[in-house]
Design a protein around this ligand. Structure first.
Ligand code: SF4
Length: 329
């Protein structure tokens, strides 16, 4: 086990990626930066996060500034990353850290888990990357690497992978080791055509030895449900579009949207014209297709939102679904 960790750390030392939220050879000095990057990385690719992270850190360079910011501005910065509940939890967590933890992240996994929006994965990441602790961080890349290393052809059992990954994690160099195994998955042990000859675990890898790398890991994904709805474009005489803030506690609450509903819900009364346009969006658990209709304000929807000119829409936080609608206006 120690030999495997050593080989991986040597490889990382020479080949690991330089990223703004990590410092090779030691912990990152700013747990806040680590935390933000980790939550963003749970949403999208490193390439996309680089840009978002840079803009975020310029706008909210520290925990106290973030905690004092209005949630609307936070959502605006998060716009496009999706899964807005995470942005709301980040804001809530920043406030708790300022009020109860003196603006410092606790250096303890159990204590981190008490914070809003911080689950086991994020707590382990903060412990490893910000405090250099020997925490085992298991994301999709790590699952793939471990499953191939041990030649696991059965459907993936996350507990089994975690147990095996823990056994490999060394007691020292927590930050480097966690970065190394993720980099190995992201750059060498890729989903298709892994570059096994460049891999530090090449000699030990069962999947490589058996020539079955691309059959592993076996992960069954549940089929996504398909849902259909209608979206209403309402313009006033000045050409402004009617938008409203989504209420409630759901996924998109607090963000702006054009009025819409699922087709099994009551429709809005009015003389709507079909635009012939549809928007398709894939959420985590379902596909949504929205048919777009248009009409005027006297068609039956109360004007309790705002009318925004097309060039003003950028000032409102919209989910990706609505940004697709705006793009087609
Ligand atoms: S040898 Fe190939 S399949 Fe095995 S861990 Fe390395 S890159 Fe992945």
């Amino acid at each position: 086990m120690e030999q495997l960790a050593k080989k991986l750390l040597d490889w990382y030392n020479k080949n690991g990626r330089e990223l703004p939220w990590r410092v090779k050879g030691k912990a990152h000095p700013d747990a806040y930066a680590v935390w933000i990057s980790e939550i963003m990385l749970q949403q999208t690719t490193v390439k996309t996060v680089l840009d978002y992270f840079d803009r975020w850190m310029k706008r909210f360079p520290s925990l106290d500034i973030l905690a004092a910011t209005d949630i609307g501005d936070v959502l605006l910065m998060w716009q496009g990353l999706g899964y807005y509940t995470r942005a709301k939890k980040i804001h809530e967590c920043a406030k708790v850290l300022m009020e109860k933890y003196n603006g410092q992240f606790p250096q303890n996994r159990d204590e981190l888990l008490k914070l809003p929006g911080i689950g086991p994965y994020t707590a382990s990441s903060i412990c490893a990357f910000a405090f250099n602790m020997p925490e085992t961080v298991v994301d999709g890349n790590v699952i793939r690497v471990i499953a191939r290393l041990y030649g696991i052809t059965d459907e993936i059992n996350r507990e089994d992978i975690y147990r095996r990954a823990c056994a490999l994690t060394p007691q020292k160099h927590g930050a480097d080791y966690a970065s190394a195994i993720m980099d190995l998955g992201a750059t060498i042990c890729t989903p298709t055509s892994p570059k096994c000859l460049l891999c530090p675990w090449h000699k030990e890898c069962v999947a490589c030895e058996l020539g079955i790398t691309e059959q592993i890991p076996l992960i069954k994904k549940p089929e996504k449900q398909k849902r259909i709805g209608t979206l209403y474009l309402i313009q006033n005489e000045q050409g402004g579009y009617y938008i409203q803030k989504r209420a409630g506690k759901g996924l998109l609450s607090g963000l702006y949207e054009f009025p819409w509903h699922y087709d099994n819900e009551p429709s809005f009364e009015g003389n709507w014209q079909d635009t012939g346009k549809t928007i398709i969006h894939v959420f985590t658990h379902f596909h949504l297709t929205l048919h777009i209709v248009k009409g005027e304000i006297n068609c039956g929807i109360r004007p309790d939102g705002v009318f925004a000119q097309p060039n003003e829409l950028k000032n409102y936080p919209f989910p990706t679904l609505m940004k697709k609608v705006i793009k087609g206006l």
